[in-house]
Design a protein around this ligand. Sequence first.
Ligand code: SAM
Ligand code: SF4
Ligand code: SF4
Length: 246
Amino acid sequence: MLIPELNMSVVGKCNLNCKNCAHLACRTEYAQWHLSISALEKFIISCHDSDYIIETLNINAIGEPLCWENLLEGLPLLHQSKIAKCINLVTNGLLFLQDTALLTTVLNYVDKTSISLYEFLDDEKKIHIRELLTHNKVRIFERHYFGRRIASIDETYSIPCKCMCGLTFTDNRISICGAPGHDAFKLCNLPYPDIFQILSVPVKKDWYLEVSKLIKDYQGKMVLCMHCFNNSNKYFYQQRDRVASL
Ligand SMILES: C[S@@+](CC[C@H](N)C(=O)[O-])C[C@H]1O[C@@H](n2cnc3c(N)ncnc32)[C@H](O)[C@@H]1O
Ligand code: SF4
Ligand code: SF4
């Protein structure tokens, strides 16, 4: 089975704190978490057992993937596993500036790296990040500002929503609602991880079939969706359409 796009979370912490980051609640909750190598191996085996091929695997953390303590061991494993046709590392790129050898190493194991270039960085850093474009696997996405996240329980996005749900991999589960969903949990003062567990499946053979079933049951029907950034994100609308055609 072909999975068009999967977002993989590898670490909770971040070396920036962008205003209105959609992952804020999740980053705070998982600030100490790093994906372990044993969990990664288990996930790879599950993908092989299930015969899944992921078209694009986005390694985009909860926070900043270059802060993942297992990066230099994990990336080669993913690369060799061939579970994804394209591995895309999504990053703010700051650690590439401190350590140019890191970029060269990372580029050996990914098909591309997408750097989010933040307007608020100082000019010198922005110039240096733009210079990384000379590497042909580097893409840069200018981020000027993030739209305001819903701040109060009285504000809502419309439902039924059109979210496909971010699929976040953690040490023992694959969750249905991605990191932006955590923001909504917090805002609604709902008791996760309890609810988070309901919306997740353990890492095992055929996990994606279970995920798809749960997405159908939950998508667009939860009170959470009314407060969730994913619900307002055009990108996820497109993803959902692609998944629906599987
Ligand atoms: C949460 S970041 C994780 C990876 C890395 N820290 C980064 O900033 O690229 C993943 C992507 O989500 C985007 N993002 C974060 N908060 C957002 C928001 N409120 N609205 C739109 N995009 C957002 C970031 O720009 C980035 O491209
Ligand atoms: S760098 Fe990425 S994860 Fe970190 S605060 Fe900014 S958007 Fe959020
Ligand atoms: S919009 Fe709804 S289904 Fe999608 S991530 Fe948010 S809470 Fe989950």
